[in-house]
Design a protein around this ligand. Structure first.
Ligand code: ADP
Length: 368
């Protein structure tokens, strides 16, 4: 259906935006202690580069060529997203803090019956902030972050994806403590197209099951501390995940559409960089965007904030536009009428049936 097409489109976008051709992006950030939630983005960027460089090459396991390729990507991207950049989702943030962030900060407490969950699944309609949350977790944890798109993993590395999964987990252990984020994990379970693809995705999946099981093994660093590797996954189609994988993803967190309060927060976050007219009524916008996802709202804000320029250049020739001053173009703050126009243009992308399906899955398999 349409939603499915949207999801694979996003996969393609993720692959396209990645500098790597491996489908894996990773970053290391300087280790931070509790309470450093508002860490500066610039810090983490510098931390990444230096830390990444100094730790690069520390992996000495098998498949060193593949590992080197993955390691090269360690320097490629930095999530640089904090909890404050994610609107609403208070409950999801709390659950993630408890399930991922705290076990990494105090591994000695999370042992025995308190052992961390093997894997954590974030599920919900597309564009609700799952990827954003994973990035925020990485920043909060201040650990090595491996950002894996399953769609890319399954397609680009056909035949070798299995080796890639193994190598990824070896690397994550070498760089421990680490978080591995697997986006669109459902695409690893799907039989698509040719039978060869099916067979290879089946093998990737079994390798993933073995590796996720292995994560809870208590291997230790030289100083005796445990090598913690957290597995965080996301999907827009939780019902496509088969039982074997679902059992490994022990904690399953629902990421719903934003409520009215979160929609207001989202709009505020989106408009941080532009001037807003005093006639903009956030309550009214929030009321009129019921059913919009975070991504839809971002599109509304983007569209609204471009409207002033559209008015300015309407009816002008190319030469006239070129000779206009930037100040003149950006003079008008974003006004309520711009939002009205944008809302009428941008329709909500998630259907009521999709929400219902998620809620049903949540009541059956979700963690509260
Ligand atoms: P998902 O992974 O759930 O499909 P993303 O995390 O990729 O969605 O979100 C897509 C975009 O939508 C983000 O880049 C951001 O601009 C916006 N967005 C969605 N949810 C939120 C949120 N809760 N807070 C802030 N921005 C959001």
């Amino acid at each position: 259906g349409a939603t499915r097409a949207g999801a694979s489109g996003r996969g393609a976008k993720a692959a396209g935006s990645s500098k790597s051709n491996t489908g894996v992006r990773a970053s290391t950030a300087g280790k931070k202690g509790p309470g450093s939630g508002k860490s500066g983005k610039a810090d983490s960027v510098n931390g990444d580069a230096e830390d990444g460089k100094s730790r690069r090459g520390q992996y000495e396991g098998p498949d060193s060529d593949l590992a080197a390729m993955l390691e090269r990507d360690v320097l490629d991207s930095t999530p640089g997203v904090t909890w404050d950049d994610v609107a609403g989702l208070t409950e999801a943030k709390r659950l993630l803090e408890e399930a991922v962030v705290l076990p990494l900060w105090m591994p000695e407490y999370f042992q025995g019956i308190r052992r961390p969950w093997k894997g954590i699944l974030m599920f919900g309609p597309p564009g609700t902030g799952k990827t954003l949350l994973a990035k925020a977790v990485a920043t909060e944890c201040g650990t090595t972050f491996f950002n894996v798109s399953s769609a890319t993993l399954a397609s680009k590395w056909r035949g070798e994806s299995e080796r890639m999964v193994r190598c990824l987990f070896d690397l994550a252990r070498a760089y421990a403590p680490s978080t591995i984020f697997i986006d669109e994990i459902d695409s690893l379970c799907n039989a698509r197209g040719a039978s060869g693809e099916h067979e290879s995705s089946r093998r990737v999946k079994s390798e993933l099951l073995v590796q996720v099981d292995g994560v809870s093994n208590t291997s230790t660093n030289e100083d005796g501390s445990r090598k913690i590797v957290m597995v965080l996954a996301a999907t827009n189609f939780p019902w496509d995940i088969d039982e074997a994988l679902r059992r490994r993803l022990e904690k399953r967190i629902y990421i719903p559409l934003p409520n009215s309060e979160s929609r207001k927060e989202l709009i505020r976050i989106n408009l941080r960089t532009v001037e807003v007219s005093s006639d903009v009524d956030m309550d009214e916008i929030a009321r009129r965007t019921e059913g919009y996802s975070g991504d839809d709202l971002t599109n509304v804000c983007r569209d609204a904030s471009l409207n002033g320029m559209r008015r300015k250049i309407a009816g002008k020739t190319r030469d006239e536009i070129k000779s206009m001053s930037k100040d003149d173009i950006s003079k008008d703050p974003v006004a309520m009428c711009d939002f009205e126009e944008a809302i009428s243009k941008v329709q909500p992308s998630v259907s009521a049936a999709d929400i219902e399906r998620h809620e049903k899955w949540f009541s059956e398999f979700g963690s509260a």
